[in-house]
Write a protein that binds this ligand. Structure first.
Ligand SMILES: Cc1cc2nc3c(=O)[nH]c(=O)nc-3n(C[C@H](O)[C@H](O)[C@H](O)COP(=O)(O)O)c2cc1C
Length: 341
């Protein structure tokens, strides 16, 4: 009797096929919106979750306004999970947001306890709530009781002092949040000064919630140094480093990278441009959105200052297209130091 052989193909999410680490795209107001997420996910590999910039002002209503719905987009982009983020100090508002997200098919929402800007933090929102663990405890108590979706938190080590994290960890451990990402700075620092690796290191043994590290990973070398310092951490969120060099997650994971990275970056930035024009109905605001991104991308060219100057002055689509063509003709895209082949 002939023996038939069958091949069974298992389709697994990318992070289960490839070894850990897990890498997350950090939320960036003004940059990691729906258009960036979808174009990025089509062009680059290595990222396991994409975080939206924070949402606010979730009104009492039975549906989200069209603009917010559009910004939320799909629960997956090219197979990568999308996690919507909310900035709020109101448990009911967080719940409303979580319920909308759940109905749209998302599996997780993230609560922003990290935003450092004085106009936010001054109102005890974002990192401004970190000195008040009791408030966080109360909000999480209500949210976790009512929300049928994973809730994760992104925070800093504190607002005024990194020691604030120790009381906060007790609160997070007692809650049922699915994951805690810590940007290893305090709110008062904004984005400057050093990350506080010593305090982050102390948190690891105290934290019983799955913990992710965030802050200043700009190259494979940076990543390797952090991985060596914190061997038990296997989840890493990357913001600016990934915006400078979109190949960074793949390089960290050892995934093959295009041999002609300059051409790949050109294709990506062109796709991004046309996708923004489509999303914004050819509004000239596309140019300022792209300039915001070029402020990061230009840093991985051989002469960042000159590259950004070419882009900074453009006002029309024609000028933008000419400037991009000139940049790719005259400058070399080098990437972060260790992603170079
Ligand atoms: C312009 C800008 C916008 C940001 N927007 C958000 C945001 O919407 N939500 C959030 O949690 N963090 C936001 N962040 C913080 C980043 O997600 C990230 O935590 C921070 O840049 C540190 O990580 P990195 O060193 O890898 O960039 C923003 C940072 C910048 C500079």
């Amino acid at each position: 009797m002939p023996v038939e052989l069958y091949t069974i193909t298992l389709i697994l999410p990318e992070h289960l096929m490839e070894n850990k680490p897990l890498i997350y795209l950090a939320p960036f107001q003004g940059i990691t919106g729906i258009t960036f997420r979808s174009v990025y996910a089509r062009h680059f590999r290595g990222v396991d979750k994409l975080f939206t910039p924070f949402f606010t002002a979730i009104q009492h209503s039975n549906k989200l306004p069209a603009r917010k719905l559009q910004e939320l987009g799909e629960p997956y982009e090219n197979g990568i999970e999308v996690v919507p983020q909310i900035l709020s100090k109101d448990a009911d508002e967080i719940n409303r947001f979580a319920i909308f997200c759940k109905h749209l098919g998302f599996s997780e929402v993230n609560w922003n306890l990290g935003c450092p800007y004085p106009q936010v933090a001054g109102k005890k929102r974002g990192s401004g709530m970190l000195p008040y663990p009791g408030m966080i405890d109360e909000i999480l108590g209500k949210v976790m009781a009512e929300t049928g979706i994973r809730v994760s938190v992104k925070c800093r080590l504190g607002y005024y002092s990194p020691n604030e994290i120790f009381d906060l960890v007790t609160v997070f451990n007692q809650s049922r949040i699915s994951e805690l990402t810590i940007h290893a700075r305090i709110g008062k620092q904004l984005y400057s000064g050093n990350t506080d690796l010593e305090t982050f290191g102390k948190v690891i043994s105290l934290c019983s919630v799955p913990l992710a590290y965030n802050g200043d990973i700009f190259s494979v070398t940076d990543f390797q140094a952090l991985q060596k310092k914190f061997p038990s951490i296997d989840t890493w969120m990357i913001g600016r480093g990934l915006l400078y060099d979109p190949f960074l997650p793949a390089a960290i994971k050892g995934i093959a990278i295009s041999a002609n990275r300059q051409a790949s970056i050109r294709k990506f930035i062109d796709d991004l441009y046309y996708a923004y024009r489509k999303q914004k109905n050819d509004s000239l605001s596309v140019i300022s959105t792209l300039k915001e991104y070029w402020a990061y991308l230009s840093l991985s060219f051989d002469d960042p200052h000159k590259v950004f100057n070419r882009l900074k002055k453009v006002k029309t689509f024609d000028e933008y297209e000419d400037a991009v063509a000139l940049v790719f003709r005259e400058f070399e895209w080098k990437g972060s130091e260790k992603t170079r082949l």
